[in-house]
Every structure is written in structure tokens, then in C-alpha cells.
Write a protein that binds this ligand. Structure first.
Ligand code: PLP
Length: 357
């Protein structure tokens, strides 16, 4: 059987949640588990967090219903709200809290038969300019929500666009804009994502919404989870399926983009972009063979990638390989592939076995 698998260390999820609580001790936690729990399995993550989280955040009613059908009773919030009016029946049936970020959603709420109260967060665009009411429209939207009989207004939510850089003044401007837009209005506030939780105490309001840090990944540019006291949840493992002794001048892999500079051993690992390993990982991207770093060489193919084994002349077929996770930060691999850790975690394909440890 192919050895390629992801190991999911569920105790690390709980540890990382504790780190969020320690960093923002006065905030309740809404754990972001959208996109299949950032690739870790949404229901699995919800179960592992259990009552340790105060709420869960997802991106669509489909995700929320899947959680309810799996028996998850934790409060759930829809970060983008509903896309069509017919979702409001499911929102009521499954007791899901929704964001409202647009006039169209207000109109849908006004026209819908709301038999059970729908709990609503009003989303404020404090500067990211993706979703939310501009500050000058917040008072009016809040008042309009207040006139809908079936709506229970919870409070205000905004999202930070630049918090991953602790020195970027844009975050302070966003916090200021949010405070001004909601001044004098009664309700809860929710601002902090992972970067806010760990790096911006001024963003710690009644509710925080950490995502990536729960999976053990640093939200900050140029840093890794370990430096924030986080533990990786996911480790992508495989093994060597061939060790070839190649001659000086032999090209390796598609396009022959890498050529052996001397006679040398080259390892073939059973992991490729068909598993979610990034095709754009460049030559030199670290891979662990027998727990030691070796450089990836040549192009990543669908099912395999190749590594330079000159530092491990005794490596054998069947030797263990780690592509990221334990001892090899996914942030580092992402950087070598010109992307961010979020995409690698979310991108593991269905054929890869998931093993909980
Ligand atoms: C509205 C909202 N809140 C919170 C999060 C969690 O962010 P992070 O994973 O960076 O902590 C996200 C993720 O994209 C989001 O869209």
C-alpha cells in the first residue's frame, strides 16, 4: 500500500486553542473551521475541540448543516452569512448565527418568514474592503436590522487585512475605524483573527475568531508556529520508493530541470501534487528523510518527487519521509513554493489517508 498519509495530532489542536485563550484571556473563542477545518477534517476538528471552544465559524450553511448532522451542538456562525433567501429556513432550523454584510441580505431578512429568532452579527468594513458595511452605513444598517421582528442583533464583526505584519499601521487604522463606526451602539464586538489574537491586544474584544493558529501555524510573515508556542496538527508523511545511483550529468524528472553535478544517490518519494504537495516547490525545498533535511530536486510530479540523498548515502527504499509537520514547518515549505501555509493545509487531496494520532 502507498505510504503517503497525513497524521493529525488532535491534542495539538487543544493545545493551540489554549494558547489562543492565554493570549486573549477575556475573549470568547469562535474557532474557524471552514474549508474542511483548514484541510484537517471539519467534523473531526469540531469534535476534538468539543466544549473547549465557545463557538465554531464556517463559510456556508452547507458546512453548518454538515456539522449539525454529525451531532455537533456547539454554536455555529456563518462568516459570510447566507447567499440566498432559502438558506434562512436552514439557519433557523439548525440554530445557526449569521453575519449580515450587505443590503441585499437585509432585504432578504425583511422579507423572510422568521418563526425562530435569527441571531445576527453586522459586518463592518473597517478597511479591508472585501465584505461589510462601510462605516457611514453602519448606524442605518443596525437600525434596519433592529426593525426586523425575527432578528436578534448580537453585535458587530470586522476582519483585519494586515494583522500578519505586526508593524503595519493599517491594523491600528482598522481598529480605529471600527470603533468609530460602532460608537454608542450596544452589542458585542468580534475582531481578532489568529494574528489579532497573538499580536494585537487592542483587537481583543468580546469574541475572537482564530483559525490558522489552531492548526499550529504562525499567522505572521516570516515566522513559524513553534516560535509562537504552537504545535503542528498535521504531518504529511510518505516514504522512499526508490533510491537511484545516477551518473554525473543525468537530468532528473520532467523537463530535466535539474542535472546531477556528480555521481550521486537520488531518492524518489511517493508524494506529489496529486496528493496536495505544491508543484511549485522549488529545488532546495527541505524534505525530511530519516528525520534529516535533504533538498528537493527537479520538478514535483503528480505522484512523486525527487530528493538529493548525497548527505544520506545509506538511505534505503522504505525509509520514512516527512513533507511537512513534525520537525519541518509547513510555513517553510509554503515559502519555498511561493505560497502560504493555508493553501498547503487546505490542499491535501482525498486520496491521501488521514490518520488520527
Ligand atoms: C471573517 C474571518 N474571521 C476569521 C478568520 C480566521 O483567520 P485566521 O485563519 O487567519 O486566524 C477568517 C479566515 O479567513 C475569516 O475570513
Amino acid at each position: 500500500m502507498r505510504a503517503t498519509r497525513v497524521e493529525l495530532k488532535l491534542s495539538a489542536l487543544r493545545h493551540n486553542l489554549q494558547m489562543a485563550r492565554r493570549a486573549a484571556p477575556h475573549s470568547r473563542i469562535m474557532a474557524a473551521i471552514k474549508a474542511d477545518g483548514y484541510g484537517h477534517g471539519m467534523v473531526r476538528v469540531a469534535r476534538a475541540l468539543g466544549a473547549a471552544t465557545d463557538a465554531l465559524a464556517v463559510a456556508s450553511i452547507g458546512e453548518a448543516v454538515a456539522l449539525r448532522e454529525a451531532g455537533i451542538e456547539t454554536p455555529i456562525a456563518l462568516l459570510e452569512g447566507f447567499f440566498h433567501a432559502d438558506e434562512l429556513a436552514l439557519i433557523q432550523q439548525h440554530r445557526v448565527t449569521t453575519v449580515v454584510h450587505h443590503h441585499e441580505q437585509l432585504a432578504m431578512l425583511e422579507q423572510a418568514p422568521l418563526n425562530t429568532p435569527v441571531q445576527v452579527w453586522l459586518k463592518v468594513d473597517s478597511g479591508m474592503h472585501r465584505l461589510g458595511f462601510l462605516p457611514e452605513h453602519v448606524q442605518e444598517a443596525w437600525a434596519r436590522l433592529g426593525r426586523i421582528a425575527g432578528v436578534k442583533r448580537l453585535g458587530f464583526l470586522t476582519h483585519l487585512a494586515n494583522a500578519d505584519d505586526r508593524s503595519d499601521p493599517a491594523t491600528t487604522r482598522q481598529l480605529q475605524a471600527f470603533a468609530e463606526a460602532t460608537v454608542g451602539l450596544e452589542g458585542l464586538r468580534s475582531v481578532a483573527n489568529s494574528a489579532g489574537v497573538l499580536g494585537w491586544p487592542a483587537s481583543h474584544t468580546e469574541w475572537a475568531r482564530p483559525g490558522i493558529m489552531l492548526y499550529g501555524v504562525s499567522p505572521f510573515v516570516g515566522r513559524v508556529g513553534m516560535q509562537e508556542g504552537l504545535e503542528p496538527v498535521m504531518t504529511l508523511r510518505s516514504e522512499l520508493i526508490a533510491v537511484n545511483h545516477l551518473k554525473r550529468g543525468f537530468p532528473v524528472g520532467y523537463g530535466g530541470t535539474w542535472t546531477c553535478p556528480e555521481d550521486m544517490p537520488v531518492g524518489v518519494v511517493a508524494a506529489g501534487y496529486g496528493d496536495g504537495y505544491p508543484r511549485h516547490a522549488r529545488t532546495g525545498t527541505p524534505v525530511l528523510v530519516n528525520g534529516k533535511r535533504v533538498p528537493l530536486i527537479g520538478r514535483v510530479s503528480m505522484d512523486m518527487l525527487t530528493v538529493d540523498l548525497r548527505s544520506q548515502p545509506d538511505a534505503r527504499v522504505g525509509d520514512p519521509v516527512v513533507l511537512w509537520g513534525d520537525e519541518l514547518p509547513v510555513e517553510e515549505v509554503a515559502e519555498c513554493a511561493g505560497t502560504i501555509a493555508y493553501t498547503l493545509l487546505c490542499g491535501i487531496t482525498p486520496r491521501v489517508a488521514r490518520v488520527e494520532i
